[in-house]
Design a protein around this ligand. Structure first.
Ligand code: NAD
Length: 386
């Protein structure tokens, strides 16, 4: 096998998307790849925004290079999907490892197919126990949940913890978290560490125990046990359920100082959980952070990439929060990439096994075809039906 694929060159480019500060390999993971026999090329300055200096990559065994390596490398690992122009520069048959969100990138998927690129889409990695160490959605959501609370605290007009001082007592901030998945649980934990009083709601009753184990209160909504699918994800809630949830949480939101929304349904627009009138009911100076803003938003008044003030409430719609904590976000992301690729490196060659459940699950394009059924159906619905 190694003869078919003599010594693989792995290229780590500088991210080109505006505001992206992360990098797909740190000096630590580069050293691990080099130890496995890969030749690692790092574009000059690729890690600088994440505080990983060129000299550290060189010490780890990487060769610093320019953007030419786009067209000569056997494998490329990056954070954001390549632009169409970048995809056009890839060497035919090379392996691309990055996040893709294929349903929003159909033109790119088509270009990768036409370019005979083997694309492993990190956001398609099956969420099975064995793949937890490779799960970028989880590692980056953890960072988003943490940063959401810090942003909320920064914009809040009051303190978070209970303070008893000679000048009087400051009551703790009340926080309501919508969605107790990976980001929501980290938001709860962070808010608790800041001394906030936290309540949370989710459509999956399984989240109750996790919420309570973090010292927060779970807001039970009747019918919640029906809404977890066999993979542990949320199913779309009915209008009737959302109404019941709204009644249950409305009073708490009106009293809250911070509301963090993280509710998502895979492949769907995010549910509207904080409508205009709920924002209007909130106290002057309170803060909403909408982590679902890029998939439609849980709050009707949040705007992607903006911080707005409506009815006296600051609504934070900042996108790509992991990029605001680039060192650790890159650290975790690059360990996810290493965990994905390492089992397939032998004698300096990266040779993927398409029988492997994880590789098969995240292979978006391979051998000039789209190998992810849902995406293939989006690109040629008639062909798939036939
Ligand atoms: P997500 O980002 O898709 O959604 C965030 C949360 O929003 C979920 O908890 C969901 O139930 C909730 N939600 C959806 N609609 C809602 C509504 N109307 N009201 C309130 N909440 C609503 O989910 P996620 O954080 O990526 O993970 C969801 C589940 O997957 C969790 O159980 C998690 O433990 C599990 N998971 C498993 C693995 C693994 O085994 N590899 C990895 C990651 C996550």
């Amino acid at each position: 096998m190694a003869q078919e694929h003599p010594m693989t060159t792995l290229f780590i480019p500088t991210e080109s998307r505006a505001g992206e500060t992360r990098v797909a390999a740190t000096p630590e993971t580069v050293a691990r790849f080099v130890r496995q026999g890969l030749e690692v090329l790092v574009e000059r300055g690729a890690g600088t925004a994440a505080s990983y200096m060129d000299s550290a990559y060189e010490e780890a065994g990487a060769t610093l290079c320019g953007p030419d390596s786009w067209g000569t490398s056997d494998a490329i690992a990056k954070v954001q999907p390549p632009t169409l122009e970048e995809a056009g520069r890839l060497k035919r048959g090379c392996i691309l490892v990055s996040m893709v969100t294929p349903s929003a990138q159909l033109e790119l998927v088509d270009a990768l197919k036409e370019g005979d690129i083997t694309c492993l889409a990190l956001d398609l990695i099956p969420r099975i126990t064995r793949a937890q160490s490779m799960d970028v959605l989880s590692s980056q959501a953890t960072i988003s949940g943490y940063k959401a609370v810090l942003l909320a605290a920064t914009h809040l007009s009051k303190l978070c913890p209970l303070l008893m001082t000679a000048a009087g007592t400051v009551k703790p901030a009340k926080v309501v978290v919508f969605g107790a998945g990976v980001a929501g649980l980290q938001a709860i934990a962070t808010a608790r560490r800041l001394g906030c009083v936290v309540e949370a709601t989710d459509v999956r009753l399984a989240a109750k125990e996790q919420v309570e184990s973090l010292g927060a209160k779970f807001i039970v909504v009747e019918g919640a046990e029906d809404l977890e699918d066999e993979k542990g994800y949320a199913k779309e809630a009915s209008a009737e359920f959302l109404e019941r949830q709204r009644e249950e949480v409305a009073r708490r939101v009106a009293e809250a100082h911070i509301v963090i929304t993280t509710a998502q349904i895979p492949g769907r627009t995010a549910p509207v959980l904080v409508p205009d009138e709920m924002v209007e009911s909130m106290q002057e100076g309170s803060v909403i952070v909408d982590l679902a803003v890029e998939s439609g938003g849980n709050c009707t008044l949040s705007k992607p990439g903006e911080i707005v003030k409506e009815h006296g409430v600051t609504i934070v719609g900042t996108t790509n929060l992991p990029a605001t904590v680039p060192a650790d976000a890159s650290g975790l992301f690059s360990k996810n990439v290493l965990a994905l690729l390492k089992p397939f490196i032998a004698e300096g060659a990266l040779v993927l096994d398409f029988e492997d459940e994880v590789i098969a699950g995240c292979a978006l394009t391979h051998g000039g075809a789209i190998t992810h059924d849902r995406t293939a159906a989006l690109l040629s619905p008639d062909e798939v039906k036939a």
